[in-house]
Design a protein around this ligand. Structure first.
Ligand code: C5P
Length: 417
């Protein structure tokens, strides 16, 4: 699938029955403002919240809600509705609609159209926080993600039911952004692979950076560091083993590629950032790379030579912080972002600072002082630093740490390993 501009896109909007259905009316306006054409299907419950007349007026086309309407089916049947769309957006998607989608039920026009489609589907879920966090809903979300369905939101905040937490439908402009994203990208997960994948992270996309970066000084010299990449590679392998789709962005190390991971080879921090951005959307981002803090402002084209002019002066500029960039709030932010802090002193203090400064969800902190044998060694001893506290893990192999970390990630998505 090639990128499709929103200005010529045909969107089929399925409105489910939730309080936030009123925001879908604004979504129609925002999409049409940008040139997209919008057709609307409403569930029976949706009609309790917003009137089909409003949706018809705003979309400029009749609203469909009845699978058994002879007139409507004759004009444009449910198969035709999906054929005539470039993207299906379900907003709001209720817990009930998600469950029906995940199980392939086809008991009204909305669910039948969703089952009959081979087009990309973008879901903006909205429901009470308990319903969203319920393992049944999380299972359904994981199933749908494994089928290649894209999600935007839900957002965290005060809810109509008086509770606080994730469950609010994403704002219309955020959905518009996600629509553009969905139109620009091929299906997230190739269906056969997704169908075959099992495990606690099935259907999840995990993007990792690992290894050092080499920042060129001239064609033969570089600024680098001693990172072996072992811990990051072990996490990549453990994520593949847990059923995830894994994109590993690897700096220059000589380790073999983890089996089953998509691998992007990079040398510099700038290339690593570009590759990380290109790998999104993702559910999880793990920044295990030891990125060089600085690069040489102007790497020389030719090898620097010794001579009477004396030692060269290298002017350094700061590299972007890949972790902080990817962790920035927004629709493209992966749901779970993990950073590392390799320190030689004040490990916890520095790790806590990084957690807030870089905006990640947890920091895996370890001491790499001389004598610990962590750099290049098989073992590691880490502390997991999160906003809610610190957990020290005993010394174990990097493969064991990777597996334990995957357990932590799965738990974040409501799956106990
Ligand atoms: O600031 P420091 O390098 O100690 O932070 C470590 C964490 O930040 C690691 O997770 C590392 O992968 C990430 N990082 C990054 N881009 C940088 C510097 C660090 O992603 N330029």
């Amino acid at each position: 699938m090639t990128a499709l501009p929103l200005s010529t896109a045909r969107i089929l909007l399925i409105i489910g029955g939730g309080v936030s259905a009123y925001k879908s009316l604004e979504l129609i306006r925002r999409l049409r403002e940008r040139g997209a054409s919008v057709r609307v299907v409403m569930t029976a419950a949706a009609k309790q919240f917003v009137s089909p007349l409003s949706a018809a007026a705003l979309s400029g086309a009749p609203v469909r809600d009845d699978l058994f309407s002879l007139v409507d089916e004759a004009e444009m049947g449910h198969i035709e509705l999906s054929r005539a769309a470039d993207l299906i957006v379900v907003a709001p998607a209720t817990a009930d609609l998600l469950a029906r989608m995940a199980h392939g039920l086809a008991n009204d026009l909305a669910s039948t159209t969703l089952l009959a489609t081979d087009k990309r589907v973008l879901v903006a879920a909205a429901m009470n926080v308990r319903m969203w966090l319920h393992p049944a809903t999380q299972r359904n979300v994981a199933t749908l993600a494994a089928d290649g369905v894209a999600f935007v939101g839900p957002d965290e905040g005060e809810m109509a039911c008086g509770e606080f937490g994730p469950g609010r439908m994403a704002e219309p402009l955020a959905i518009v952004e996600a629509v553009e994203h969905a139109l620009a990208r091929p299906t997230l997960i190739p269906l056969p692979a997704a169908a075959a994948s099992k495990g606690p992270l099935a259907g999840r996309h995990v993007v990792l950076t690992a290894g050092p970066t080499f920042e060129p000084i001239d064609p033969v010299r570089f600024i680098g560091n001693r990172s072996s990449g072992l811990q990051g590679f072990a996490i990549a392998q453990a994520a593949v083993d847990a059923g995830a789709r894994v994109t590993l962005i690897r700096g220059p190390v000589s380790l073999p590629d983890p089996k089953g991971a998509e691998v992007v080879r990079v040398q510099t921090a700038l290339q690593m950032l570009e590759a990380a951005r290109a790998a999104l959307p993702a559910d999880v981002f793990v920044a295990a790379a030891a990125v060089a803090d600085w690069r040489v402002e102007k790497a020389r084209d030719q090898k620097l030579k010794k001579g009477p002019q004396g030692a060269p002066t290298l002017s350094l500029v700061e590299n972007p912080d890949i972790l902080a960039e990817i962790a920035k709030p927004g629709t493209a932010r992966p749901a779970f972002v993990i950073g590392f802090a390799a320190e030689t002193e004040n490990v916890l203090e520095n790790a806590r600072g990084k957690l807030t400064r870089k905006g990640c969800d947890i920091i895996v902190a370890n001491c790499v002082a001389e004598g610990t044998g962590v750099f290049g060694g098989a073992d590691n001893e880490v502390q997991i630093v999160s906003p809610s506290g610190t957990e020290a893990w005993r010394r174990m192999t990097k493969a064991e740490i990777a597996k334990k970390l995957i357990g932590l990630i799965a738990l974040r998505f409501g799956v106990r390993t």
